[in-house]
Design a protein around this ligand. Structure first.
Ligand SMILES: NC(=O)c1ccc[n+]([C@@H]2O[C@H](COP(=O)([O-])OP(=O)(O)OC[C@H]3O[C@@H](n4cnc5c(N)ncnc54)[C@H](O)[C@@H]3O)[C@@H](O)[C@H]2O)c1
Length: 337
């Protein structure tokens, strides 16, 4: 396979540290690519640019593939999220977040072999950005769910479920209360499900889903849901399998895909060289599979599993003492000898 072209967004906080570790591992296992570093996040703002500059968005659109580290979004006032801007402008409508137990990693369900994929709608819902002060004392946010946005999400989800030999897709909603918005979402789900009779389909209300996830998560296979529920549920699932340091993600659009960890920029540990790069690395594994580089993806995935199982070289979040670079070196050692 020829050389790939990949846009790189090093991001904020621990972003540059985990990006360096990830690119070093990709390089050492023989993945050949031209990387194009682009500005985004607080580091862009410090240079007088927007948190997600138009030039960055356009370059990703041209290249088609990006690997992105987390960017910092201040709560309350300040600039809008670089991520939300990117997902909307590139119409990255499906956010795919696998949560899988790794051997040797402690967690409440470490012995249960969890393997759940969460597909989160990525451009609508309360993240549509329609928020205003209706009155000095009343703030309003509008939840937007469209038929077209829901239909393409479910189409993608069922196709992905088939490609990954999954058995069941569960839609998560609150249609008992939000009868129109979540009702439409649910209606579109069952319309799409009719076209995929080999996949079992069912639905669950979001609050019950959270309770079931923390008591009997092994019942779930693929979960598909709206933007806000998906944001929360995917972090919950990351917690079930060992924490945010392990949870990868992919933002999929029609012509572009951006691969990034679920976690944020972790300002509390930034600059200390202790961040766990696994989530970004496993996002890069998803990127390799997207590019058809399955052999290299397997090599990294197997090395992550062996290093975790061995337990001798783990980062602090997993109860070990290894630095980011020690862990990366150990992975390469296991992957290529
Ligand atoms: N995709 C993104 O760019 C993205 C996603 C979520 C949050 N954020 C932003 O990140 C900033 C910080 O958010 P937060 O503190 O709520 O969440 P966070 O995910 O950055 O951190 C939560 C906790 O998990 C730990 N953690 C996260 N990633 C880790 C890793 N790789 N290795 C070891 N420990 C790790 C942190 O140290 C912290 O204790 C905010 O500005 C937020 O908006 C960005």
């Amino acid at each position: 396979m020829g050389k790939h072209q990949i846009a790189i967004l090093p991001g904020d906080g621990i972003g540059p540290e985990i990006m360096d570790a990830t690119l070093a591992i990709l390089d050492q296992i023989g993945f050949e690519a031209d990387y194009f570093p682009l500005e985004a996040g607080l580091s862009a703002v410090d240079k007088g640019l927007a948190p997600m500059p138009d030039s960055t968005v356009e370059r990703i659109r041209e290249i088609g593939i990006a690997l992105k580290s987390p960017t910092t979004t201040p709560s309350g006032g300040g600039h809008t999220s670089a991520n939300v801007t990117l997902r909307k402008k590139l119409d990255l409508f499906a956010n795919v977040r696998p949560a899988k137990t790794l051997p040797g990693v402690k967690g409440p369900f470490a012995d249960k072999n969890l393997d759940i994929i969460i597909v989160r709608e990525n451009t609508e819902d309360l993240y549509a950005g329609i928020e205003y002060m209706a009155h000095p004392d009343v703030a309003q946010s509008i939840k937007v769910i469209t038929r077209q946005g829901s239909a393409r999400l479910f189409e993608y989800t069922f196709k992905m479920a088939i490609a990954q030999q999954r058995k069941k897709v569960t839609v998560v909603h609150k249609a008992n209360i939000m009868k129109l918005s979540d009702g439409l979402f649910l209606e579109e789900f069952y319309k799409a499900a009719k076209n995929y009779p080999d996949i079992e389909s069912n639905d669950i209300i979001v609050d019950n889903c959270c309770m079931q996830l923390v008591t009997k998560p092994q019942q779930f296979d693929v979960l598909v849901t709206e933007n806000l529920y998906g944001d929360i549920i995917s972090d919950l699932c990351a917690g079930l399998v060992g924490g945010l340091g392990l949870a990868p993600g992919a933002n999929i659009g029609t012509n572009c895909a951006v691969f990034e960890a679920v976690h944020g920029s972790a300002p509390d540990i930034a600059g200390k060289g202790v961040a766990n790069p696994t989530a970004l690395l496993m996002s890069a594994v998803m990127m390799l599979r997207h590019l058809g580089e399955h052999e290299k993806a397997d090599k990294i995935q197997n090395a992550v599993m062996r290093v975790c199982q061995d337990g001798k070289c783990l980062t602090i979040d997993l109860g070990g003492q290894a630095s980011t670079s020690d862990y990366a070196k150990e992975l390469v050692h296991v992957a290529v000898g």
